[in-house]
Each structure stands twice: as structure tokens, then as C-alpha cells.
Design a protein around this ligand. Structure first.
Ligand SMILES: Cc1ncc(COP(=O)(O)O)c(C=O)c1O
Length: 397
């Protein structure tokens, strides 16, 4: 008999992790699956960062660290925010956690309660809506399709605001769409938000450096809303450090203090070794970021070309992150061996089982007609994968 709480019963398991697991199961059976379902860089963590971690072990960084992270790391993050984003923060406003994922959850738990509404633009990263549920808030989904490059407009945002709106979660560059809001587009949203002083803006900037349109723009740059913006970021994607588990927020003091209090009872600080590695990442040479960014841009161009060559797929040009999110409406409702592919989850399962390519159905991201392909893998694998996808789609009736 299961006695899990209602809170856990209401939670959906992560679709991306489920696809990855299914793909690994097929691989174990000896099937050559190409896995485009994962959301992580395929590069190794740069050596100078690994060296800093080894040094931390040897120098006995083995005792409990301050809950929000070492002051030296928070100072390095403050310096990064100044250098790269032209934003001024104090170390007290930074709270480090076990990844940007925990940071988003910390903030939601800190500010959202029963009855509070959180505006989540769709397509969204799968975890946002589940975290809002954990915080007992209500998701208000605002949908932007491929025809508007998956980006919400100021008018859509304003129409979704009610007296109960507590927060907006904005992800740019976006997972799963790769879309990047321009400075003008962010200004349009900021101007709306400026009229509603109680709304907290959670800006997930984890893909900041995987950007193909130049300098990253942070919504925190707009004076009229700055004191209500929480930046979420971390080392996972920029420095190929997903498994190190180190994220952070830069927040108004009251939110930073609340997250500090929450973490103090819950997880305490992230691992000291990961903290020292992250500190080295922020203080050291940033050349590794550009090397990886260029590889991702080349693969983005390749993927757009390969997917555009598949009849029926609607493809946009993602300007950041490492995902392609084509609209596959033309294939939904088609069948294989008499079995109807009723939605994008069915389509992704078909691509895995028959095409041996793992991708993630858009249903989990609030986009039932799309499929997410991660292109954080070798160019030749991308070519082979999309050729398999093309063949698999061609035989649907
Ligand atoms: C949009 C977005 N935010 C946050 C995260 C979590 O990052 P971290 O590894 O730092 O927890 C991810 C990871 O996939 C992501 O795609």
C-alpha cells in the first residue's frame, strides 16, 4: 500500500529523465540508440576547474560551509554579475544551492503559497509547473506557438495578470525552444510588470552563455522592475558541470534571506568541493565558454538544416540553448502498424522504438505538437539521428 502524501501523488515524474532512462534500457539490449533527449553539454568539465576541486579536497575543505555558500564564491559571482551583466549585487544577495533546479524551487517555496498564481509561459521547462504545484500555487499558462517564435507578448502577459499573480517565470535562452528574448522584447514585458509592483520575476538564465545572437540580455537590467527580479543561474551549462550540482540566485535581500532560511533547514550549503570548482570557473579564463558555444552554434545550424529537410516539420531558428523544438503537427494523428500516434509523447516513443532516436515529446513542456531534440552531441550523430527520424516519419500513414 502506498501512503505517499497528496503533494507527491500530484507530482508528475520528469519526462526528460524518463526518456533518457528508456533510451538506456534499449541500449542495454544492444540496440544502437542515439540519445537526443538529454539536457546537458557533451563536453568534459575544463581541466582548470577540475584542478581547483582536487586542490579543495587536499586542502581539507571538508567542514560545513555557510548555508548560502562560501563568501569567496559569492564574491566571485558578484564580480561575474558586474563584469558580464553590468549588475550590482552584494554577496548577501547571493544564495548558492545544489543546482539552478533547486534555486528555482527555493524561490517558489519562499514566495508562493496556496491561492497564489504563477505565470508560466509555454512551452516551459518541465520542472517549473511541478515546482509551482509543490509550493501549492496555481500555474497560469500563457502559450506562445512557433509562429511567434515561442515568445509571449506584453499583451499576453498583461491579460494573464490577476490580483493573485505572485510571480512570473521567464526562461531566456529557453529550454525547450531555444528562443531568446531580445532587449526590446524584454523591455516590453518589463513595462507591463512595472505596473504591477507585487509580481516577482524569476529569470532563469542558466543558458546565458549558449547564445547565438550576441550579448545575453537580463531582464534585471530594467530599473523599473529591478528590485523584484530574481536571477537564477549556475555553472551546469556554461562550464559543462551538470553533475557538480551548483546553482545560485541573485535576489532582493528579503528573498535571498528567505531562501537562506529554507536551505538552512533543508539541504544546507551545496558541496564544498563543487563550490570551490565553481569559484575557479568564475575567476578563471572564460575561453572554454566560447569554445563550447561555437560548437553548439555549428550544431544548431546543422540541426536546423537537417530538420528543415524533413517534409511537414515546422522549424524555427533557435537563438540559444541546445535544443530544436520542431512543430510536428503534420505527423500527429498518423499511424504505424494500425497504432495511432495521438500526441507528441506517442510520437517521441515511436521515434525511439522504431527510429532508435531518443527525443522528448512536447506534451511535458506544454506544447503537445512539438518534439524536443537536444543537439548537445557530435555532428555525425546528429546527421545519423535526423536521417533516422526522416525515414521513420516517412513510413507513417
Ligand atoms: C531551464 C533550466 N533551468 C534550470 C535547469 C537546472 O540546472 P541545474 O543543473 O543547475 O540544476 C535546467 C537543466 O536542464 C534547465 O534547462
Amino acid at each position: 500500500m502506498s501512503q505517499v502524501s497528496e503533494r507527491i501523488a500530484a507530482l508528475s515524474p520528469s519526462e526528460t529523465l524518463a526518456m533518457s532512462q528508456k533510451s538506456n534500457e534499449l541500449k542495454e539490449q544492444g540496440i544502437d540508440v542515439i540519445n537526443l533527449s538529454v539536457g546537458e553539454p557533451d563536453f568534459f568539465t575544463p581541466d582548470f576547474i577540475k584542478e581547483a576541486a582536487k586542490k579543495a579536497v587536499d586542502e581539507n575543505f571538508s567542514f560545513y560551509a555557510p548555508v548560502p555558500g562560501y563568501l569567496s564564491l559569492r564574491k566571485a559571482i558578484v564580480a561575474k554579475l558586474k563584469r558580464e551583466n553590468k549588475l550590482d549585487y552584494k554577496p548577501e544577495q547571493i544564495v548558492c544551492s545544489n543546482g539552478a533546479k533547486q534555486s528555482v524551487c527555493n524561490v517558489l517555496l519562499a514566495v508562493v503559497g496556496p491561492g497564489d498564481e504563477v505565470i508560466v509561459p509555454a512551452p516551459y521547462w518541465v520542472s517549473y509547473v511541478e515546482m509551482v504545484k509543490l509550493a501549492e500555487g496555481t500555474n497560469v499558462i500563457v502559450t506562445a506557438g512557433i509562429e511567434q517564435d515561442f515568445k509571449i507578448t506584453p499583451a499576453q502577459l498583461e491579460a494573464a495578470i490577476t490580483p493573485r499573480t505572485k510571480a512570473l517565470i521567464l526562461c531566456s535562452p529557453s529550454n525547450p525552444t531555444g528562443s531568446v528574448y531580445s532587449k526590446e522584447e524584454l523591455k516590453g514585458l518589463a513595462d507591463v510588470l512595472a505596473k504591477y509592483p507585487n509580481i516577482i520575476i524569476i529569470a532563469d538564465e542558466i543558458y546565458e552563455h549558449i547564445n547565438y545572437v550576441g550579448q545575453h540580455e537580463s531582464i534585471a537590467r530594467f530599473e523599473n522592475i529591478r528590485e523584484r527580479v530574481v536571477i537564477v543561474n549556475g555553472v551546469s551549462k556554461a562550464y559543462a558541470m551538470t553533475g557538480w550540482r551548483l546553482g545560485w540566485i541573485a535576489a532582493p535581500q528579503w528573498i535571498a534571506s528567505a531562501c537562506n532560511k529554507l536551505q538552512g533547514q533543508y539541504t544546507s550549503s551545496p558541496s564544498n568541493i563543487a563550490q570551490k570548482a565553481a569559484e575557479a570557473a568564475y575567476l578563471g579564463s572564460q575561453d572554454c565558454i566560447e569554445t563550447m558555444r561555437q560548437a553548439f552554434e555549428r550544431r544548431r545550424n546543422l540541426m536546423v538544416k537537417l530538420a528543415s529537410d524533413i517534409p511537414g516539420l515546422k522549424v524555427n531558428q533557435p537563438n540559444g540553448a541546445f535544443y530544436l523544438f520542431p512543430d510536428c503537427s503534420a505527423y500527429i494523428g498518423k499511424s504505424f502498424n494500425g497504432k495511432v500516434l495521438a500526441n507528441s509523447a506517442d510520437l517521441a516513443m515511436y521515434l525511439l522504438e522504431e527510429g532508435h532516436v531518443a527525443a522528448v515529446g512536447g506534451l511535458a513542456f506544454g506544447a503537445p505538437n512539438c518534439v524536443r531534440f537536444s543537439y548537445a552531441t557530435a555532428d555525425e550523430k546528429l546527421v545519423e539521428a535526423m536521417s533516422r527520424v526522416k525515414k521513420a516519419l516517412a513510413v507513417l500513414e
